[in-house]
Ligand binder design. Sequence first.
Ligand code: DX5
Ligand code: ZN
Length: 226
Amino acid sequence: MVKDAVKLAPSILAADFARLGEEIAAAEQAGADRIHVDVMDGHFVPNLTMGPPIVRCLRPVTRLPLETHLMISNPDAFLDDFAKAGSDTLLVHWEGNDNLHRTVQHVKGLGKRVGVVINPATPATVLEEILQDVDQVLIMTVNPGFGHQHFLHTTLPKIRRVRQMIERLKPGCELEVDGGINADTAPLVVQAGASVLVAGSAIFGHDEGVAAATKRLRAAASHSTN
Ligand code: DX5
Ligand code: ZN
């Protein structure tokens, strides 16, 4: 993979919600490639966050694509709302979805990009049959539900396996990772084959500011031996 092709997706979960517009503007100015919006329902994961109104408010304040990570029990019921609100990409979990192909087709029917997410204990092989239909895969490198968690190193072999699967079945499909990504772990995931890095606490909430934090993460991602 070309090092500079690694994309950064700041997760606003770690941002100051009272200053959300400014935080996103800072991330955009610092060279972020897209904005990651974590949606949690208190059921699929033990935490509550935001819904379509937040996406609707963010849409006019940034030119960056908005990707919406749906950690909710019935994503199908909200796809239209998030699409209408301005999400560019909808990320849906493999876990708990008995009709994933239908969900993926639903997103495509809305004219949006679609990605499938797998949790740390879910094997890479479940992606095999759906890969052809998606624009990106998201491998959780922590258990979903909270920011500021430690990266699970046990996910690295899986990232390598999914990279191989993508090269075999759908070159061009993006391989994104989410959870515990910082300047220490970024080189590891890039070396394993990740092409998009989600980062919340490594970008927002630093004393050094969003610009310096983004620069530091990008530099670290480029220092992989790939
Ligand atoms: C966790 C979310 C992540 C989270 C990452 O369930 O999906 O996107 O914001 O936060 P950090 O980068 O702090 O681990
Ligand atoms: Zn996320």
